[in-house]
Design a protein around this ligand. Sequence first.
Ligand SMILES: Cc1cc(-c2ccco2)c2oc(N)nc2c1
Length: 159
Amino acid sequence: MSELTKKLFTLAFIREGNRLLLGYKKRGFGQGRWNAFGGKVEAGETPEEAAVREVQEEAGVMVVGGVEKVGELLFTFEGDPTAMHVMVFSARGYTGTPTESEEMKPQWFSVDSLPYSLMWPDDELWYPIYLRGGKFRGRFHFQGHDKILSEKLEEVQTF
Ligand SMILES: Cc1cc(-c2ccco2)c2oc(N)nc2c1
């Protein structure tokens, strides 16, 4: 891992029973795909603080009761030395109404009909673990942004 430079990111889910709030990325990295809310962990903040901040910025709702860590993902890209170390969280609660931002258009989806064809290709591999309350650790090596060359995914009991 020494030749790779790893940057820390968060993804945070807002879940209400069998509905999941996702955001349509309107610009920038991941544009045109539905994803959980997240972004870079800035200097001086913990991943949990970053997750709460990104939910507020991107979905316009406030997290209540903090976030629970549910997964860790490592994304690498063929021919590119940067790696994305993504901490995945689930909010224990939220307040407010999801609101479109410059970055994201939020929308509720039934967990039984998620738009996987409009999401990152790794999602259909690890979402099922998250959706049944499991915790996971996975790494995905991409060619570009659409093709996964190799992957390793495991369910874990604790972090
Ligand atoms: C390569 C990659 C990156 C991200 C990402 C962007 C910001 C935070 O994570 C993903 O998110 C998902 N679900 N798959 C992803 C693949």
